[in-house]
Design a protein around this ligand. Sequence first.
Ligand code: AMP
Ligand code: ZN
Length: 474
Amino acid sequence: MAIKFYNTLSKSKEVFKPIENKKVRMYTCGPTVYDYIHIGNLRAYVFSDILRRYLEYSGYNVKKIVNITDVGHLTHEEIESGIDKMEKAAKREDKDVWDIAEFYINAFKKDCEEMNIKEPYKLPRATEHIKEMIKLVEKLIEKKYAYISNGSVYFDVHKFKDYGKLSGNTIEKLEAGRGGRVKHNPDKKSQLDFALWIKNENHIMKWESPWSVGYPGWHLECSAMSMKYLGETIDIHTGGEDNIFPHHESEIAQSEAANGKKFVNCWMHVRHLLIEGEKMSKSLDNFYTLQDLIDKGHSPKTIRYLFLNAHYRKPMNFTMESLGAAKKTLDSLIEFMEKLDEVDGKKNPIVKELIENVKMEFRKAMDDDLNTPIALSAIHNFISKINKLIDEKNMCKRDAKKIKKTMQEFDNVLGVLKIDKINVPKEVKKLLKQRRISRKNKDFKESDEIREKIKKLGWEVQDTEKGQKIIKRI
Ligand code: AMP
Ligand code: ZN
C-alpha cells in the first residue's frame, strides 16, 4: 500500500513520492524564541515528529530541518512601532536580546526532548543566515519581483501570478478584505506587498545590507534556510494552520519567483490546539507551557499521547479531563508491557496471526494521512485480545517476546511507551524506605500511616509484585 498525505496545496490526499528515492527532505517552521513555547506549539512539533518517525518506519531516510526565528517575526504593528517580540522580551527580563534567544532556544530544546521529539538534522538560526537572505533578495530585485523603497525592500505580489494558490486567496479578495484595520504604508506599491528587508537603524538586531541598515522579513528566513539545507525543491513543509497565510504563501512566492521552480511538493498543516474553543496562543493569554502541566503532575508522554488521540487535521480542544483520560489509557498500555514480562503459559499459534493483523492495521491507518487515532484503536483492540490470552494462560514466553517487539516497533513511531524519569523528592524517598522496612516487619499500621504522609506530599504509593511503585498524584 502507498502512503497518502493531505496536501494543502492541492487540497486532496496524494500518494507520497519523494524527489529522490527513499530520501525525504522536510522543513518545519520552528519557534520564535522570545518566550517559552506553549503546548499548542508542541502539538505542531509532535505532529511533524510523528510524520518523520513514520517515514523512517516506512524505510525512508529523513533529513529534517527546524528553523529558529531569532529575529524578524513581527506583526504589522510591531514593524510600525519598530519594537519586536525579541526586544520586548529583553526589556521584560532586563537581558540582552542575544541572551534571550540563547535562553529560549535551550528551553525549546528541553521541551522537545521531554516530549520525545527526535532531534532534527539541524536547527538553523535566522540570525546566522543573513548573508543567504540578502542574496535571495538581490535575486528577487534583479528578476523584478521585488523593489526598493526608502531603504526597505518589498515583494511585489502583483508580479507573482500564483499568489494565493496555497491559501485559496486571490489578490482581489485580499484587497477587498483589508478594510481600514491595518495602517497604510506609503513605501509599498500595494498594501499587500510584504517586506523582505526592513530599514531600521535603531532596531536592536540590525545588519548592513546593500539597501540600508536593518533586518530581514520573517517569511524570507524560512525560504533562505530551506534552500540552503534542503535545495530549491523539497518534499514536505509543515507548520500550524495559522502559517498558511501569509507565511507559507509568501515563502512560495519568494522561492518560486527566485528559482523558477516549485518550492514544496507537499504542504502539511496541523489544525490548532484550542482551549475553550479558541486557539491557544500567547496573545490571548490562554495557554499552558509544558512546565505548567509538569508542575500539575502530568507527564510529557501523557500530553504526547493525548495529541495522538486526535487526527492532526482536526482541531483539538484541550481540557484537563481529556488529559486525565489520556493518562489512564497510557498507563494501561504501560501496564500491558509490564504484564508481558510475567507471561507463562503454552505456545499459541494465534498470536502470530494477531501480530500480523495489528501490523497491517497500524500501517493502513498511518498510510492514510497519518491517522493516529485509528492506529491507536487497532493497538488497543490487539491488546484486549492478548490480555484475554494471558489471563487464560494461553500464551508462552516466546509469544510474549514477539508481542513486546511489535509494540516497540509501533512505539518507534508513537514515542509514548518509555516511561519518563520522575524526580522523586528526597523526603518522599526517605518515607518509601521507612515504609519498606515497616512492611518487611509486617507493621501494616505504620506502613499505612506512612502511605498517608506520602499522599500529603502529593505522591501515591502502590504495592506491586516487584515492590513499591511511586506515582505523582494529579
Ligand atoms: P510561532 O512561534 O507562533 O511561529 O509558532 C510556532 C509553530 O506553532 C507554528 O507552526 C504555529 O503554526 C504553531 N502553533 C501556534 N499555535 C498553535 C496552536 N494553538 N495549535 C497548534 N499549532 C500552533
Ligand atoms: Zn517558517
